[in-house]
Design a protein around this ligand. Structure first.
Ligand SMILES: Cc1ncc(COP(=O)(O)O)c(C=O)c1O
Length: 461
């Protein structure tokens, strides 16, 4: 037993050294990583839990990157992958080639998606989906004889990914400016101004709303507006009542395409199959990834409404866009099984039901902790904020990094959450556990938060 332990320790040390030497980690402080090594090396997963090689178990309170919707360690998905890999792991979708799982998944997505979003262009993830949506929007307008319609309008606080187009649409400064790689013709509007989008120019916030940007730039130069139904990484911001509908109306009024970035919201995260379903709005293009396969395979896609598809299929030359892994058979087989399980086990309904448990837990935290405020949850996309004086919305001193402090305390208690502090003064803790979570497990999360916030408040209040 002792020898085993020593062996494990030496393997761990060796892996740490290799990690530091050979693996450049995404969205990580590289200097700190090389100094300190990995924070945690995941080894196994089971339901809402992930464990390291020593068997220490953590609650995955963010479904890793908001994507492991049906939870970890699902054997049925492993079987689906094995079966497809044994038959045909990979084949090309270029040049007219096709495969069965990709076709069946396309049919399933058409059935699930709202309105006439009846066809899909496959990608390997969310950023590729958004870049694809931008390119297909522009190409659509070119085919419609309006090649000057090229501009893309995104919202401030948005996160759309890190490929060069998606990076530019992303408004979080850290990502938007990284390596100065942005593209031209992308604009950012003030988010969530329902009245302004409906045309109320007397509203003092009118300057900089989407409508204002369209009017300034000229609708005949704008290809598309892209929004997350609920903003995720920018701070878990919900749209106010009527907003999504107002953006739909605005896009119709100016003949501009409406792209919904459902990369986080899609596949049950908000307690409906898609985020836009809450408002009965049908976008023109809908970008998906993450929950489509619950992270078991790298897959994304852009769903297209019939008018766009019908226009694109008139084009009698090569559609010069596609990824090696567009329509990946194994990824699609896994996604099909993932959706089958979601439907069979009523996982989306569970997300909706657990929203109420989480909200009850938030009420408890608010009662006990004067710093906790602006709690919110739609399905299992949730968060709260930490303020020094919540009544007057006075933030903690920025250097205290309260959201980071609290999530670190949670981590010490074996709960993984994510701090979002995109704007100075706003300290948001994001919570988005796997959608299979039960009441007791929500209670466990709330209890750990309670202890962690207590420690934080003792230190800093
Ligand atoms: C709303 C949204 N869009 C796009 C992306 C990018 O997806 P990916 O990291 O798969 O490229 C993300 C990733 O978190 C996201 O949250």
């Amino acid at each position: 037993m002792e020898n085993q332990h020593i062996l494990n320790d030496s393997v761990t040390t060796k892996l740490d050294e290799l990690d530091k030497k050979h693996f450049l980690h995404p969205t990580t402080n590289p200097k700190l990583f090389v100094d300190n090594g990995p924070k945690l090396r995941f080894s196994t997963g089971d339901g809402i839990y992930v464990s390291d090689a020593n068997g220490t178990e953590y609650i995955d309170g963010l479904s890793m990157l908001w994507n492991v919707n049906i939870g970890h360690g699902n054997e049925e998905l492993a079987e689906a992958a094995k079966e497809q890999m044994s038959k045909l792991a990979y084949s090309s979708s270029f040049a007219g080639f096709s495969n069965e799982p990709a076709v069946l998944l396309a049919e399933k997505l058409a059935a699930l998606a709202p309105g006439d979003l009846n066809s899909v262009f496959y990608t390997s993830g969310g950023s590729e989906s958004n870049d694809t949506a931008f390119k297909l929007s522009r190409f659509y307008w070119t085919l419609k004889g309006q090649p000057q319609k090229r501009k893309i309008i995104a919202l401030k606080q948005s996160y759309h990914g890190v490929t060069i187009g998606a990076q530019t649409a992303t408004a979080i400064p850290l990502f938007h400016h990284f390596s100065g790689s942005g593209i031209a013709e992308v604009y950012h509007a003030e988010p969530h101004l329902t009245n302004c989008e409906l045309g109320d120019k007397s509203d003092p916030n009118y300057n900089g709303c989407i409508r204002d940007v369209i009017e300034n730039e000229g609708a005949d130069t704008v290809a598309a507006v892209i929004i997350e139904p609920v903003q995720g990484s920018g701070g878990v911001h919900f749209p106010p009542a009527g907003y999504i509908e107002a953006v739909r109306k605005l896009c119709d009024e100016f003949n501009i395409l409406f792209i919904a970035d459902e990369v986080i919201c899609g596949f049950g995260r908000t307690g409906e199959m898609f985020g836009v379903d809450h408002w009965r709005v049908v976008p023109d293009l809908m970008c998906v990834a993450k929950g489509i396969s619950s992270g078991y395979s790298q897959l994304g896609g852009v769903l297209l409404k019939d008018e766009i598809r019908n226009t694109l299929v008139q084009y009698d030359d090569v559609l010069a866009h596609g990824f090696t892994y567009s329509g990946h058979p194994t990824a699609c087989a896994v996604a099909l099984k993932n959706i089958e399980i979601m439907e069979r086990d009523n996982i989306v309904t569970n997300a909706k039901n657990m929203e109420y448990e989480l909200k009850a837990g938030f009420d408890y935290l608010k009662e006990r902790h004067p710093s906790v405020t602006n709690t919110r949850a739609l399905g299992l996309l949730a968060g709260f904020e930490l303020y020094f004086d919540r009544d007057r919305q006075i933030p903690f001193e920025h250097s205290l990094a309260p959201a980071t402090e609290v999530t670190e305390e949670c981590f010490n208690r074996k709960l993984i959450l994510r701090p979002l502090a995109s704007k100075v003064g706003r300290n948001i803790v994001a919570i988005a556990p796997p959608l299979i979570i039960n009441r007791q497990q929500i209670q466990d999360i709330i209890n750990i938060l309670d202890e962690s916030i207590t420690v934080f408040e003792k230190k800093f209040r």
